[in-house]
Design a protein around this ligand. Structure first.
Ligand SMILES: *Cc1c(COP(=O)(O)O)cnc(C)c1O
Length: 378
């Protein structure tokens, strides 16, 4: 078994969940016949109701994307000055703060959860701090209890970036029930999507009213304009795609769980390659299959493994590399220096996400694992 064939075509890290064509054409027809394509139409209202139900939250507003949703949340929570966040995230988390005239203050992460380390938050709080923006990285819940305790002690708002955490629960409690607001992203690369889209979940109807107003230029129903809002609306076409995909997302998560378990089983004995296991009491959603490479034990660096896999047409991703604190635009912030963020810097150089999506089958996972074994130096 020396010669192993790669994949004939690039095998991408993900493939979007797709609606059935027949169902899609039927629902599109009804949208076109309704003559309403945007501005809180029937499909958007229905999607908000069904998503609130699915995510177990009282209030939910859908948006054109997750990044605009984050910016609206910052304004709705009246954040100002400094906000403590993690560098180990997608660019949008930190950029949303900057676009809201807020100063990101980077906090190092925990080695196991990959999330913001709550034990380090207090030392970063100044008189300018107004909020915390943690990320449930790869869908693993943050230490929500501890973060809330700190927020309560210092009077800070908590805005969760839950872009990866669709459907996650902590002991049967939905992830959206923590913090002041949780943002979900419905981009096509996420497990659940509306092509582009996002949502803000909260448990305060007055806050939802404000989010809805900010999403629509700050225009009130009675045609008075209270404040400078933006255009964050989702349209009827995308909302109807969202309604169709909501029926399929549970099966998607189950197939991903099955494939994740298979990956773990086939890779757990490889030295220098760490797989992450489920945490007891957490309902996971399997958005990514991430492994951590110890270059000394594995015999290759993470980047070398990434390159080798490319030769077999396996497209893996270096999540999250480069680290946000090392971006040109943030590297000069006092909190961005590498010495203050040792775990995040190490992690950003050692994590690789392997292909995972619901259309993959057992043989795909087996083949990828065989290729990894083949390229690992003996
Ligand atoms: C995808 C993502 C976002 C941004 O979402 P968009 O809907 O693409 O704007 C924000 N944060 C994280 C962690 C993400 O993965």
């Amino acid at each position: 078994m020396d010669h192993i064939e790669g994949f004939p075509n690039p095998f991408y890290i993900t493939q979007p969940l797709m609606p059935e064509w027949d169902e899609l054409s039927r629902i599109m027809k009804s949208v076109f016949e309704s003559n309403q394509l945007s501005n809180n139409g029937k499909m958007v209202m229905e999607l908000e109701n069904q998503l609130a139900d699915f995510l177990g939250t009282d209030c939910l507003s859908v948006f054109c994307n997750g990044t605009i949703a984050l910016q609206v949340a910052c304004r709705a929570l009246r954040l100002s000055g400094e906000v403590i966040t993690t560098p180990f995230t997608f660019a949008a988390t930190v950029h949303a703060l900057t676009w809201s005239n807020l100063k990101p203050v980077f906090c190092d992460i925990q080695e196991d959860s990959l999330n913001l380390d709550p034990d380090l938050i207090e030392s970063l709080i100044t008189e300018k701090t107004t909020g915390i923006l943690p990320v449930h990285v790869f869908g693993t819940p943050c230490n929500v209890e501890k973060i809330q305790q700190i927020a309560d002690k210092y009077g800070l708002k908590v805005l969760y970036d839950a872009a990866h955490a669709f459907g996650v629960k902590i002991k049967d409690k939905p992830i959206a029930s923590y913090g002041d607001i949780s943002m979900f992203s419905f981009h096509a690369t996420k497990i659940y999507h509306t092509i582009e889209g996002g949502a803000l979940a909260c448990n305060n109807p007055y806050l939802k009213e404000r989010l809805d107003s900010l999403r629509n230029f700050g225009i009130n129903n009675d045609s008075t304009v209270k404040e400078p809002g933006t255009n964050g609306k989702l349209n009827e076409i995308q909302a109807s795609v969202g309604l169709l995909l909501l029926k399929k997302v549970q099966a998607e998560i189950e197939q991903r769980k099955y494939l994740t378990d298979l990956y773990r089983q086939l890779l757990h004995d490889l030295s220098g390659l760490q797989v992450y296991q489920d945490i007891e009491g957490i309902r996971h959603n399997y958005p990514y299959f991430a492994v951590k490479i110890d270059q000394h034990q594995f015999g290759l660096t993470r980047d070398e493994l990434h390159e080798k896999l490319l030769q077999y047409n396996v497209i893996s991703r270096k999540y999250f590399y480069p680290l946000c604190s090392n971006f040109q635009c943030y590297k000069d912030l006092p909190s961005a220096s590498e010495t203050k963020l040792p775990i995040a810097n190490k992690t950003a150089n050692s994590i690789l996400a392997l292909p995972l999506h619901g259309r993959m089958c057992e043989s795909d996972v087996k083949k990828i694992c065989t290729i990894i074994r083949k390229v690992k130096p003996k």
